[in-house]
Design a protein around this ligand. Structure first.
Ligand code: BJW
Ligand code: ZN
Length: 247
């Protein structure tokens, strides 16, 4: 039996499935990852750019960087990996996607139960009065300013040193501790607290499966490691599940 068939054996209609996703699942949509060879941050240190301090020091650089990424996300679309996860909901009554991504592609693909750990790129809020608002297209040295109080407006994402949304952390933690099967898909699992969830799931008795073309920090702890792109692996797994249902 190949790895996909073995993994499919663990998935029944009443199985609680959790999936932690990272930048790798959106790579095949044309969204660069963070730490791969051609990732966003190969020339810039993530610890240098994704922080509130840097935003305050250089709001033009950071705001324009996010504007660029917002456009890239708008111009591309979810791929077969996102669609396969959405379709998984037809086979299992409990599927929860816990994503580190800010592109909203899981929701766009049709996944109903998505926990966003690091926020999203669509929303922006004022750093002073916290009011959410639309921001205009930025040109040259523009920075987005709050229409209520005039202070800086930032993307609704979580930077290093910032707390993750409490509700997201609580739900993700519960999901990890209560699932039967936990997939880690397209993430290097180097950023905490997200990287803790697969380990929590395993410690609570879940089967831990990784889908990633490369080895990661998590690989030694996994029951199954599939060295494959997520679109290929998730589509193949779904095909096997479909055949199982038809039998
Ligand atoms: C494919 C593929 C294909 C390619 N198919 N796969 C415990 C220990 C040590 C440090 C800490 C700790 N707890 C907290 C920290 C500090 C810090 C941290 O984790 N630092 C580490 C770097 C060591 N964490 C935090 O600061 C977090 N906050 C926090 O914990 O608050 C409490 C606190 C406050 C103050 C002090 C201490 C604690 C916040 C973390 C926020 C992360 N934010 C970012 C930016 C979000 C906005 C944005 O997008 O711009 O989130 S950083 C960046 O990394 C982004 C990602 O979501 C995140 C994870 O990256 P991801 O998704 O794994 O991407 P890559 O590129 O790393 O990996 C891609 C993978 O895909 C690769 O493996 C490829 O092989 C694979 N791949 N093609 C499948 N086709
Ligand atoms: Zn304001």
């Amino acid at each position: 039996m190949d790895a996909f068939s073995k993994i499919a054996e663990h998935i029944k209609h009443d199985t609680h499935v959790a999936i932690l996703t990272g930048a790798g699942i959106s790579a095949e949509s044309g969204i660069p990852t963070f730490r791969d060879k051609d990732g966003i941050w190969t020339k810039m240190d993530p610890n240098q750019l994704a922080s509130f301090d840097v935003f305050l020091r250089d709001p033009v650089l950071v705001s324009h960087w996010y504007q660029h990424r917002r456009k890239v996300a708008e111009e591309h679309k979810p791929n077969a990996g996102h669609l396969a996860l959405a379709e998984l909901e037809k086979f299992c009554k409990s599927v929860t996607v816990v994503t580190q991504n800010i592109d909203r592609y899981h929701q766009k693909a049709g996944s109903k139960n998505v926990i966003e750990l690091h926020g999203n790129i669509e929303e922006n809020y004022c750093i002073r009065c916290k009011k959410f608002q639309e921001i205009p297209e930025l040109k040259d040295n523009d920075v987005p300013k709050c229409k209520y109080c005039g202070d800086l407006v930032r993307p609704n994402v979580v930077w290093f040193g910032e707390m993750l949304p409490q509700d997201a952390i609580r739900k993700a933690s519960e999901t990890a501790r209560n699932c039967d099967v936990f997939f880690s898909v397209g993430t290097s699992t180097v950023v905490f607290p997200a990287a803790q969830f697969p380990l929590d799931a395993k410690n609570s008795g879940a089967v831990l499966i990784e889908i990633n073309p490369e080895e990661t920090m998590l690989t030694p702890y996994c029951h199954y490691s599939v060295r494959e792109k997520s679109s290929v692996a998730l589509t193949q797994l779904l095909e096997i599940l479909k055949k199982k249902i038809e039998k």
